[in-house]
Design a protein around this ligand. Structure first.
Ligand code: PLP
Length: 427
């Protein structure tokens, strides 16, 4: 053992005292050799809850036995299916039930929200995002700007990071809004930035944006199921997130969407409409006139893909049982333990880009290997060959995200030992 702390013993004690330890058994952890992977990639694709398989088989059975009547029969009739997810989803993101809906995918929901909430004028035409945003978000906002006949060169404001680690200070956000707020129609900001892992104070960003007359929306791809969110209180106008990362609902899972209650009855606001957003009471009268269901439901387009919603329903049940406050408490400890070990034992090898303040991060630590990109790739491949799974984001970032539902504290010393072995030998 090097140094004063016996990290292995500390991790074992934390595992022994972990009230959430039993949840790991609800997941399929991919095998590696005779054992299991050290899976730190919940920021990209969460692991499969074991109950998903049966939930899918149940839907196939309902289809086989009930045919079209499955819309009204079976354990979870398809007609109101999205409503079975509502409470779990609302609790997860800190929203009122009528403010959330599970539908589509993330980029689609961002476009639907922008169709309603990005209404540029000659004076107020710009969208503010962070520089280096996730490419899909950038493509989406750029295409929205163009769709409205504006030029991204003047109507897309990309706020650069103001630290060498790629993080953005609240002061920088405040400054750009003070200087250019009058031009900005929409602030579209991440809950957690995908490359740096930085988490933002959503309430404060919404306050600053609203003070300048901007609409404020959030991309919560890396925040949902990771941070304890209070979306209603944050006062955001809208938000959208995917469900395949921390929400463990499978590749391409059905996404989530939030529309603040103050917009629940804005029937006059333009929107891209479809029949599933029509008032449920009269939807099947098949009338010509679109009458939106109040709340987030009114933005649905199509009848939902039940086989894709079933895993999300199962996953939300797991979150309801575990509870977000308990998950977040464990997450702070897990990521804190990893950070402490890295600082003590690997400061010569790995630079942590993610903020040290637990309030400014979730599960993820973004790591840059000292010595440059090629060394980084070499370490990443070394780990992968040993069943240690994080992910790589260009140009030079390894993301490692211990997640409280299925990671154990004891996996962290094992990760650190593997990096040390690489540094001392193969590195
Ligand atoms: C921050 C962010 N925005 C958008 C997306 C795109 O998501 P989708 O392919 O589900 O539309 C992702 C995907 O990982 C993401 O991380």
């Amino acid at each position: 053992m090097s140094g004063a702390v016996d990290w292995g013993a500390r991790a074992a004690a934390l595992d022994a005292a972990d009230p959430l330890a039993g949840f790991r058994a609800n997941f399929h952890v991919p095998p590696h050799g005779d054992g299991e992977q050290l899976y730190f990639c919940g920021n990209s694709l969460g692991l499969q809850p074991k109950a998903v398989r049966q939930a899918l088989l149940d839907e196939l059975d309902d289809w086989a036995f009930h045919g079209v009547e499955g819309h009204f029969q079976g354990q979870f009739p398809w007609m109101p299916y999205h409503a079975f997810l509502r409470e779990g989803l609302a609790t997860l993101v800190g929203a009122e039930p009528s403010e959330v809906v599970a539908m589509n995918s993330l980029s689609v929901n961002l476009h639907l929200m922008m169709a309603s909430f990005y209404r540029p004028t000659a004076q107020r035409h710009a969208i503010l995002i962070e520089e280096g945003s996730f490419p899909s978000d950038r493509y989406a906002v750029e295409s929205q700007v163009k769709l409205h006949g504006f030029d991204p060169a003047t109507s897309l404001i990309e706020l650069p990071a103001d630290s060498e680690d790629g993080t953005v200070s609240m002061a920088a956000i405040e400054r750009v809004l003070a200087e250019r707020g009058g031009e900005i129609a929409l602030v579209l900001w991440p809950g957690v930035q995908y490359r740096s892992g930085q988490a933002f104070d959503l309430r404060e960003i919404a306050r600053l944006g609203h003070a300048q007359g901007c609409i404020v929306g959030f991309d919560l791809a890396h925040a949902a199921g990771n941070l304890q969110l209070a979306l209603h209180e944050s006062d955001a106008d809208f938000a959208a997130w995917c469900s395949y990362k921390y929400l463990n609902s499978g590749p391409g899972a059905v996404a989530g969407c939030f529309v603040h209650a103050r917009h629940a009855h804005s029937e006059d606001r333009p929107r891209l409409a479809g029949w599933w957003g029509h008032d449920q009471a009269t939807r099947f009268r098949m009338g010509k006139q679109f009458v939106p269901t109040p709340g987030a439901d009114g933005w649905q387009l199509s009848n939902p893909p039940i086989l894709a919603l079933a895993p999300l329903r199962v996953s939300l049940d797991v979150f309801t049982r575990a509870t977000m406050p308990a998950l977040r408490a464990k997450s702070v400890q897990l990521t804190g333990l990893l950070e402490a070990m890295l600082r003590e034992r690997l400061a010569d090898t790995l630079r942590i880009l993610t903020p040290a303040d637990p309030a400014q991060r979730g599960c993820q630590l973004s790591l840059r290997v000292v010595g440059g990109r090629e060394r980084g790739r070499a370490l990443f491949e070394f780990l992968g060959a040993r069943g240690i799974v994080g992910d790589w984001r260009e140009p030079d970032v390894i993301r490692i995200s211990p997640t409280p539902l299925y990671n154990r504290y004891a996996e962290l010393p094992a990760f650190v030992a593997a990096v040390e072995a690489w540094r001392d030998g193969a590195g």
